[in-house]
Design a binder for this molecule. Structure first.
Ligand SMILES: Nc1ncnc2c1ncn2[C@@H]1O[C@H](COP(=O)(O)OP(=O)(O)O)[C@@H](O)[C@H]1O
Ligand SMILES: [Mg+2]
Length: 262
């Protein structure tokens, strides 16, 4: 008998877009992920309680265009950044619907009020949708704040962790473009306890080929390290570019990935 795990899935910008090519989605990859998720749901392996879409070459790119500019037109920046992420969220939502996974998009700028690294979203807004078998879809976003720059960013990684706590998920899955977390010798870490993550922070070598305004793997690790959540038992970082790795990972097959134990 299989046990159904309640999961939050974060689709990294590195996997659903070509991170160094502005506004370039990987449509085939998103379809393949949706196909795997549909099978996992139908076979009773997972209950999907939230999907988080990362910025990739949409959000991260538009933010980088305005970052540091002293005379940027503020209203235009907010317009461009929020719409670029809404477009990516809509694309992912449309593709998921083709595979009978129906999502409702919740723009974080309209229900979150971040403080520091914590998104502070009003998660109870989305509960009634969950009870109707729709999956809330949220995304890395931007909102006006009192920083020097005038904007603050709410990162998809931090949203995924906070959403998981609220929904009492037992597992957060970070789908990305690498097999997991590598150590300083570029060896894949197969399993690590959260208390040992500290040693990796600062080691995270950037083998990345794109913009990540929220700090890439390093900030992900920092956010994971800070999470205090009793329901959450595991976090996995898995490669979403490979054909059926996500499916096999969530069926508990022994595939290359990083498992973080909490
Ligand atoms: N120690 C590390 N292990 C794995 N990936 C790393 C590491 N350090 C940096 N990276 C880079 O982090 C990228 C993933 O960044 P991340 O922001 O987590 O992705 P996403 O935004 O798609 O979730 C990988 O493409 C890789 O190049
Ligand atoms: Mg990232």
């Amino acid at each position: 008998m299989t046990t159904t795990r309640k999961i939050i899935l974060k689709l990294g910008g590195s996997v659903i877009t070509v991170k160094n090519k502005p506004y370039t989605p990987r449509v085939k990859t998103i379809k393949n992920i949706a196909f795997q998720l549909r099978n996992l749901i139908h076979e009773g392996h997972i209950e999907l309680v939230g999907i988080v879409v990362g910025g990739g070459s949409y959000g991260h790119f538009t933010v980088s265009e305005f970052y540091g500019e002293k005379n940027y037109p503020y209203s235009e920046a907010l317009y461009r950044i929020t719409t670029s992420m809404t477009e990516l969220a809509l694309l992912v939502s449309d593709i998921l619907a083709m595979y009978n996974i129906y999502t409702v998009i919740f723009p974080p700028h309209s229900f979150c009020k971040p403080r520091g690294i914590k998104p502070h979203c009003k998660w109870d807004y989305i509960d009634s949708f969950l009870s109707k078998n729709t999956v809330p879809l949220i995304y890395g976003d931007i909102y006006p704040c009192n920083s020097e720059w005038g904007f603050c960013i709410v990162s998809g990684d931090e949203l995924a962790l906070e959403a998981a706590c609220h929904a009492k998920a037992t597992l957060v899955v970070f789908v990305t473009d690498v097999d997991g977390i590598y150590d300083s010798e570029m060896k894949l870490i197969r399993k690590i306890h959260i208390d040992c993550l500290e040693s990796l922070i600062g080691e995270a070598k950037d083998v990345n080929k794109g913009i990540d305004v929220t700090g890439g793997m390093e900030r992900k690790l920092t956010a994971i390290k800070k999470i205090k959540c009793t329901s959450l038992k595991h976090i996995i970082v898995v490669n979403g570019l490979k054909k059926d790795l996500l499916y096999r990972a969530l069926k508990n097959e022994d595939v290359p990935l990083t498992l973080i134990e909490l």
